[in-house]
Design a protein around this ligand. Structure first.
Ligand SMILES: Cc1cc2nc3c(=O)[nH]c(=O)nc-3n(C[C@H](O)[C@H](O)[C@H](O)COP(=O)(O)OP(=O)(O)OC[C@H]3O[C@@H](n4cnc5c(N)ncnc54)[C@H](O)[C@@H]3O)c2cc1C
Length: 397
């Protein structure tokens, strides 16, 4: 059946990427995004291993490369700015700590949106208020009052997914906090930052502060993390989040105090708790989940975007290969994604616990077989079928 109508909630990374693939497979796609426009901001996200292949198959390799941060590598520094360690973007064949393809989250979202906007109906400033499904379809009422019927609905609405809460159960059942919070925002580059990221860690308190280069060399991206087992701040209240960051960063060395003076004049700001989403299944009837809504691995895995992009390719491919039968399509998507997700979640947990003072986790043997196997599974551990025989209106020659 072609012309299957799909509603996606969320227009960040997973939503537009899924819209791209569903449209190519012949579906009619609507995306509803709660924010009034495409959301800017967020730090750099990396494309490694199998994710690079998905971007290539999307035909977006050059658009993504054109928007890269072109970070040459990273220094860790001490409180006086003295360099302690150096990591180059060329390490590990371009798939290392600083990956060869690194792009600001907001820029990647823009690339994906621009690619799909002519073929997909985007509704900004609205969200799903009610949803009822039966054997043949899903009735949806949008907050703005519109009623529509779809064949399938996919939640790509992030860590705090309302669609997940509506269909699968309360957040507490699925969201696992890892005891850290992260914040990012842009500042003027008055720090002499070149193409190298700088990272300062304070092991006694578990706090970190950093600056990373972005495509606009007159500005830089500020990055902070701090232990926060008890974080109690509304994830939509930006002013409260800024107050919290100031408070938690008091007394932080290196250039932290100067970076914090720009909190009130930054055009973007993101703060959230580092958390994972762990679910037994990512679908219920005609409703499925993708990206952070289904399987956030947390920013500490460095792979949230990769999981969203690879998941979008597999979800659309498997639904189309199952002739849009939700049960078969969702089951095949889950089967292909599970182990890839689990490897990335394991890395996310390991990384977070190493940053929290007093946690008794030992660093792994980085050269050991177990760890190198885990990294390989996290980067390359999803097989990408070519879905020959499934419609593909955008096939590259
Ligand atoms: C502004 C922003 C900044 C970010 N910054 C970072 C970062 O610095 N580092 C990092 O590792 N990760 C960051 N992330 C998360 C990162 O984008 C994801 O881990 C990853 O790319 C997977 O993306 P996703 O599309 O599944 O979820 P997300 O990127 O979280 O996107 C979810 C989208 O759904 C929208 N939405 C939420 N609720 C509803 C609703 N009820 N109806 C409709 N739409 C809804 C949100 O506005 C958002 O656009 C950020 C996300 C956002 C939105």
């Amino acid at each position: 059946m072609s012309g299957t109508r799909v509603l996606i909630a969320g227009a960040s990374i997973a939503g537009p990427a899924l819209a791209h693939w569903l449209t190519r497979r012949g579906a009619e796609v609507t995306v509803v995004e709660r924010a009034p426009e495409l959301r800017p901001g967020g730090q750099a996200v990396d494309a490694r291993g199998v994710t690079k292949e998905v971007i290539r198959r999307m035909g977006l390799d050059s658009a993504v490369r054109a928007a890269r941060t072109e970070t040459a590598g990273a220094y860790t520094v001490d409180a006086d700015g003295k360099v302690l360690e150096t990591f180059s973007a060329e390490d590990d064949g371009g798939d290392g700590y600083i990956s060869e393809i690194e792009i600001l989250r907001g820029d990647l979202s823009r690339v994906l949106y621009d690619d799909t906007r002519n073929d997909v109906e985007y509704i900004f400033g609205d969200r799903i208020a009610e949803l009822t499904q039966d054997a043949d379809g899903v009735d949806v009422v949008l907050q703005g009052g519109e009623r529509r019927r779809f064949d399938l609905v996919i939640g790509a609405d992030g860590l705090h997914s309302s669609l997940r809460a509506m269909v699968f159960g309360p957040h507490e059942r699925f969201v696992r906090h890892l005891g850290l919070a992260l914040a990012f925002y842009t500042v003027p580059n008055e720090f002499g930052l070149g193409r190298w990221l700088m990272d300062f860690q304070e092991p006694e308190t578990g706090r970190t502060a950093g600056l990373r280069p972005i495509p606009d060399a007159t500005r830089a991206m500020a990055m902070f993390s701090f232990p926060a087992a008890d974080l109690d701040v509304d994830y939509r209240d930006v002013e409260a989040q800024k107050r919290l960051l100031r408070e938690r960063m008091t007394g932080m060395g290196w250039s932290a105090a100067q970076i914090l003076t720009h909190l009130d004049d930054t055009p973007d700001f993101y703060l959230d708790q580092v958390a994972q989403v762990v679910m037994d299944r990512w679908s219920s009837g005609r409703v499925g989940l993708l990206g952070d809504a289904a399987f956030s691995s947390s920013p500490m895995s460095g792979q949230g975007t990769g999981l969203a992009l690879v998941g979008a390719y597999l979800l659309a491919g498997e639904l189309a290969a199952a002739d849009w039968d939700p049960e078969a399509g969702f089951a095949a998507y889950e089967k292909r994604m599970r182990s890839f997700v689990e490897a990335n979640q394991e890395i996310g947990r390991m990384h977070a616990s190493m940053l929290i003072p007093g946690s008794d986790s030992e660093p792994p043997d980085y050269a050991g077989e177990w760890f190198t196997g885990l990294i390989d599974r996290a980067i390359n551990g999803a097989e990408l079928p070519d879905y020959a025989g499934v419609p593909d209106s955008g096939a590259q020659g």
